[in-house]
Design a protein around this ligand. Structure first.
Ligand SMILES: O=C(O)CCC(=O)C(=O)O
Length: 249
């Protein structure tokens, strides 16, 4: 099993697991160089939050999204039927004030039930200095009302933020990861990240997965998902699945 029983239990009770190595140093460097080349082509501005669903046209992102070690972990958490919902790179260049406000992923995703999970693959080393991902353990057990952060620099699309009290915030856990490692977080866990205070890039590729019983809500205000079946069967036929853009790794 890719995850131990303890890790699976921790995911269920706390809403996350972290520090899972999926690529060795050589592999991690390979993916970093691939991202560097994409960044050189697209520009740093776009790389901050504009790299959405690039697994559809960039083979190295597809390879990460379908990485057998990552899929093994996902299978431990949602079972053998796995759909890829989306990928999205979050790059914070430092030193800068850009941050990701506390939020729950599935709030605006229009999924019924609102169930998804994210593997966050560290393209670069990610630590407290360069603004690693943070979560508040155990907050994945219900959805909360979001407001606007009203603060300059929030990288989230509609400036959303879920109010978090000091008492809760003091329990936040930092996901310190080396390039080539992943964390996995539940779609409803409260998470975010602080500004990058270093001169190093902090790039993470978020890879969103869902089980087949999740349905897209029919509404024009919700993004049109291009779900791809990666493992097992797309039981229930809830999504018109998109064909694989490249062969599986
Ligand atoms: O990478 C980050 O700092 C935030 C990622 C995030 O918000 C997400 O996975 O939804």
């Amino acid at each position: 099993m890719a995850l131990t029983k303890e890790q699976i239990r921790a995911y269920e009770t706390e809403g996350f697991v972290s520090g899972i190595r999926v690529e060795d140093e050589t592999g991690a460097l390979y993916y970093q160089h691939q991202f560097d080349a994409l960044e050189a082509k697209e520009g740093v501005e776009k790389c901050q939050i504009g790299m959405l669903d690039r697994h559809l046209d960039e083979q190295f992102i597809w390879r990460l999204a379908t990485h057998p070690k990552i899929l093994e972990c996902i299978e431990c958490l949602i079972g053998p039927d796995i759909l890829l919902l989306a990928t999205h790179a979050f790059c914070k260049y430092g030193p800068q004030e850009k941050f990701v406000a506390w939020h729950q992923d599935v709030t605006y995703w229009g999924l019924e039930p609102p169930e998804a999970l994210t593997a966050w693959y560290a393209i670069d080393d990610s630590d407290r200095e360069n603004g690693c991902m943070r979560v508040i353990p155990g907050t994945h057990l219900g959805l909360r009302e979001h407001g606007k952060s009203g603060r300059e620099g929030n990288l989230l699309s509609v400036d959303q933020e879920v109010p978090v009290g000091e008492d809760e915030e003091k329990h936040a856990v930092d996901f310190v990861l080396k390039a080539g490692e992943i964390s996995i977080h539940h779609g409803t866990i409260i998470h975010g990240s602080l500004p990058n205070r270093s001169t190093r890039r902090r790039c993470g590729l978020t890879i969103r997965y869902i089980p087949p019983w999740v349905k897209p809500q029919k509404s024009d205000s919700v993004r049109r998902w291009r779900a791809i079946l990666l493992r097992g069967e797309a039981k229930y036929g809830n999504f018109d699945t998109t064909p694989k853009p490249f062969p599986m790794s």
